[in-house]
Every structure is written in structure tokens, then in C-alpha cells.
Design a protein around this ligand. Structure first.
Ligand code: AMP
Ligand code: ZN
Length: 492
């Protein structure tokens, strides 16, 4: 049993071999806290949670570090655009520090609702300004910087492997295509390490530095904090694919310029969640938050379930129809598991199947440790699941395995519950907490009554009434589908 991951650095599938035999250091670019996280951001954090859970499943002890960008950043390297934290503070009539705290708390509330494990270390940029200054000094001492217009820039032409992660073309770098023009820069891709010159009035967050009072560029915090908590060479760095061409490319250049050696072994990136209108972004204003989904009557785990249904390296299209389908599917799964629990009987077979969400570090088929021994058929299911998980986190296939287990009549209820518990260590869907429910329980009373009346009418072969009700419901945005398992519904 082994784990293979797709490394953006080199663009190939690689067997995962940590630096230390059993310990893994993993860094995740965390939220920028001037706004609520949108569900696109949250898809990235769910993927990173799957990765961490998979590593733990395979027996590694993971030290997971995440930053919180609470410095009032600009959105790009050029000294332009508006400082987002200051803008939010002005709009909400609060201080920048209040804003950062408010949105940091909101972020970790979302994280908890989505059953995303808390990072081992959460570090705030504003607590690490000295570490950033120290790293910039090292980069400067090694000859990779220049000063222009009051700012300290990183000279990308001095770093021979610049752009390796993003497969940037040297030619294109020189031409400066698609890069904003900053006349202080010697080369289009150079970026600011320390700003002393700012256009913004009342810049609230500024610090003393050897280069004058100012604030850090927006890449240096990840380099400074990750090395602080994970050392100068660690295993995994994650983020969304949008970070490949600039943020992560610059993180690599500046860190390796400071240390003089390789920094991170595996770069793992998650694809985007798309809205109907295209990529979701805070600045585009087409973003939906977890709170909005909850207001629409969805549970956070419906969204987690939707995320699990797509491989982390493929784009996922968000729509309320897709989320409705995810909710239905999750309810069906929970209903089945509730029925299996009933069949197993309280305190009976399978009652010690697990803690309903914990991880089973030694639950592998090859190394079952203290776990109950599985029958041959159950073990085969588990090894299939582990193979899919180890194959660059093929969680959609793992979900199919879960369905297979739930539906396999040759397994005993106890075996099923045992497998569900182990698998839920990855999914984190609280599967063993499933309680019996009916599909229609999610509907408003009057609509539910109509659906039930229609089922009755169909049973009595009163198809005219059944069709009439179907049309009435359609007018109210409820679409019915008759399946061998019963009538399913979805809201438009
Ligand atoms: P930010 O707060 O903008 O730095 O983003 C936080 C995380 O969300 C980063 O890992 C981004 O790469 C990721 N991200 C941003 N937009 C999306 C999206 N639409 N879908 C998936 N991930 C995203
Ligand atoms: Zn970062």
C-alpha cells in the first residue's frame, strides 16, 4: 500500500516519500481575512483536509501549518490597487485589526462546520513581521535584491530556476506579457519584498525595518512562517492552482535564495470551483459563502459531499442543482447506513466499529494492528478503497467503494459498519451518526403532504391526480422523478 501524488513541480505522478520516515511537514496557504471565505476557497481547504487525512490514514504523523494573511495587502506586486483590509474596515466602520479578527473567526467557524481538521499550527502574518524582515535580510545578503522607488525588489534574473514550478518561458518572462507594468522593476516578474512607499493614506499596518517604515510584500509571509514552523526543507506545500504562476513561484525563488537549497519536495494544487459565471473570486463579487448555502437550507456537509464527488485536480462546476443532487445522495447514504445500524442492532455486531469520524492510522489491510480482523470480502473492499485513495487521492472512486460496501449483501451489517467507520476517517461525513429519515423530511410540510398524496395516488393507479400534483409541484419549483427506489425530488 503506497501513496502516489501528482507533483506540480515536474508535472508528474510520484510515489510519496517523506523526508522523515513517519513524519510529514505540510504547509497550506491560508485565508486572506478581509472578507468571508467563498465556497471556492473552501473547496481548496476541503481538498487539503482530504490530503492530510489520507496521509494520516497511511500512518504518517502530519504537522500541518497554515497562515492567516491579516496584513493589509495589495492584490498584486505592483504598488497599486486598493488595500483590501483597509477598504473593508472603512466599509464596516471598524479598525483593520477588528476586521482581521472578525473574518479569521468566521473562517475557522466554516472550517469546523465542514469537518476540516484544525491545522497543527495557525500563524498570523502580523505576528511574524520580524521573521519576514530577517528572511529579506538573508535574501539581500545573498545578492538577490535591489532597491527602487523606495521599495525592495526581488531580482528574478538572479535566480536561475525562476519559474520552474509554473513552467514559465524565459522568453515570455523577458517580454513581460500579461504582467503589470511597474517602472521600478528591472524585469517584469520581479516582485516586492518590502514596501516603504505606499499610495494609501492612513496605512494602518506599518512596521519599522532596515529599509524604512513600511510593510511586507505579499509572498514573503509564507516563506518566513513555513520555515519557522517546519524547517528549511519540508515535504508538502499546497494551495489552489491560481497560486502556481505567481505566489508559489515567488515563494520558491525567495526562500531558496535565502537558504541556498531546496525548500519543498511536493507541490500539490487543487483545481477551481467554478460558478456559472466562471471562476469565483472575491473581487468579481460572484461569490457564495457557506453562510449563504445554509440560508438556502443546505447543511455544510452537503457542500463537503459535493466536493468529494470531484477529483481535486479537476474543475468542479457549482450550481444549486448539483448541490441538491449532493444533498439527496448524502441523505440516501445516511438512510442506508441508519438501516444497517438498525440491522446490526445497538450493542450487537459491529457496535465497536469505530468512533464515527476518527482516523484509523493502522486500519490498513496489511497492518490491521489493534483493529478487528476483517473477513476476506470486507478486506477486499478495503484494499480497493486504499488503492484508490493512494492513487493521487481518487476520492470519487473511494466514494463509489463506500456505496459498494453499503449495498453489498454478502457483507454482514457489522462488517459494513466497520468499513464505513474506517472510510469515514477520510470522508469525515459523520456517517456513523446517521439516523433514519425519509427523503421528504427536508421539504416544507405542505409540499411534503402533496408528494405523499401523489405516492398514494400512484399506488391507487389514479394517474390523473398524480400528474396534477406533479404539475402543481413543478409550478412551485419542485421537480419529481419516479425511480424503482421511490420518488425523488429536487428543487429548481
Ligand atoms: P485566498 O484567500 O484568495 O488567498 O484563497 C485561499 C485559497 O483558496 C487559496 O488556496 C486559493 O488558491 C484558493 N481558491 C481561490 N479561489 C478558488 C476557487 N474558485 N476554487 C478553488 N480554490 C480557490
Ligand atoms: Zn502562500
Amino acid at each position: 500500500m503506497s501513496l502516489r501524488l501528482f507533483n506540480t513541480l515536474g508535472r508528474e505522478m510520484q510515489k510519496f516519500v517523506p523526508i522523515d520516515d513517519k513524519k510529514v511537514g505540510m504547509y497550506t496557504c491560508g485565508p486572506t481575512v478581509y472578507q468571508y471565505a467563498h465556497i471556492g476557497n473552501l473547496r481548496s481547504y476541503v481538498f487539503e483536509d482530504e490530503l492530510r487525512r489520507a496521509l494520516e490514514y497511511f500512518g504518517y504523523e502530519v504537522r500541518h501549518v497554515m497562515n492567516v494573511t491579516d496584513v493589509g495587502h495589495l492584490t498584486d506586486d505592483a504598488d497599486e490597487g486598493e488595500d483590501k483590509v483597509i477598504k473593508s474596515a472603512r466599509e464596516m466602520g471598524k479598525t483593520v485589526w477588528d476586521i482581521a479578527e472578525h473574518f479569521t473567526d468566521a473562517f475557522f467557524t466554516d472550517v469546523e462546520k465542514l469537518n476540516i481538521e484544525q491545522p497543527t499550527v495557525v500563524c498570523r502574518a502580523t505576528d511574524h513581521i520580524d521573521d519576514m524582515i530577517e528572511m529579506i535580510r538573508r535574501i539581500e545578503a545573498n545578492g538577490y535584491t535591489y532597491e527602487a522607488g523606495g521599495n525592495i525588489y526581488f531580482d528574478t534574473s538572479k535566480f536561475p530556476n525562476y519559474g520552474e514550478l509554473a513552467l514559465l518561458d524565459r522568453q515570455e518572462q523577458r517580454a513581460g506579457a500579461r504582467i503589470e507594468v511597474d517602472e521600478n522593476k528591472k524585469h517584469p516578474r520581479d516582485f516586492v519584498l518590502w514596501f516603504t512607499k505606499s499610495k494609501f493614506e492612513n496605512q494602518a499596518m506599518i512596521w519599522d525595518s532596515p529599509w524604512g517604515r513600511g510593510y511586507p510584500g505579499w509572498h514573503i509571509e509564507c516563506s518566513a512562517m513555513s520555515t519557522q514552523y517546519l524547517g528549511e526543507h519540508f515535504d508538502i506545500h499546497t494551495g489552489g492552482v491560481d497560486h502556481i504562476p505567481v505566489h508559489h513561484t515567488n515563494e520558491i525563488a525567495q526562500t531558496e535564495a535565502a537558504t541556498g537549497h531546496t525548500w519543498v519536495n511536493y507541490w500539490i494544487h487543487g483545481e477551481f470551483l467554478l460558478m456559472d459565471t466562471g471562476k469565483m473570486s472575491k473581487s468579481k463579487g460572484n461569490f457564495v459563502t457557506l453562510g449563504v448555502l445554509e440560508e438556502e437550507g443546505f447543511e455544510p456537509l452537503d457542500f463537503r459531499f459535493l466536493c468529494l464527488g470531484g477529483h481535486y485536480r479537476t474543475q468542479l462546476q457549482f450550481s444549486y442543482d448539483a448541490l441538491n443532487a449532493a444533498r439527496q445522495s448524502r441523505r440516501n447514504l445516511l438512510d442506508r447506513i441508519a438501516a444497517i445500524k438498525e440491522a446490526a442492532g445497538a450493542g450487537g455486531e459491529g457496535a465497536d466499529a469505530g468512533d464515527g469520524g476518527g482516523r484509523f492510522a493502522d486500519a490498513s489491510t496489511g497492518d490491521a494492528g489493534a483493529e478487528t480482523r476483517l473477513g476476506e470480502r470486507a478486506a477486499a473492499w478495503l484494499s480497493g478503497f486504499e488503492e484508490h485513495l493512494g492513487d493521487d487521492l481518487n476520492v470519487p472512486k473511494c466514494l463509489a467503494d463506500l456505496w459498494g460496501v453499503v449495498k453489498d449483501d454478502a457483507l454482514t451489517p457489522g462488517e459494513k459498519l466497520d468499513l464505513v467507520a474506517r472510510m469515514d476517517g477520510i470522508f469525515a461525513l459523520d456517517l456513523l451518526e446517521a439516523q433514519a429519515s425519509t427523503d421528504t423530511s427536508l421539504l416544507e410540510d405542505d409540499i411534503r403532504k402533496l408528494v405523499e398524496e401523489r405516492t398514494e395516488a400512484r399506488k391507487n393507479r389514479n394517474f390523473a391526480r398524480a400528474d396534477e400534483i406533479r404539475d402543481m409541484l413543478a409550478e412551485r419549483g419542485i421537480i419529481l422523478e419516479d425511480t424503482p427506489e421511490g420518488t425523488r425530488w429536487k428543487k429548481l
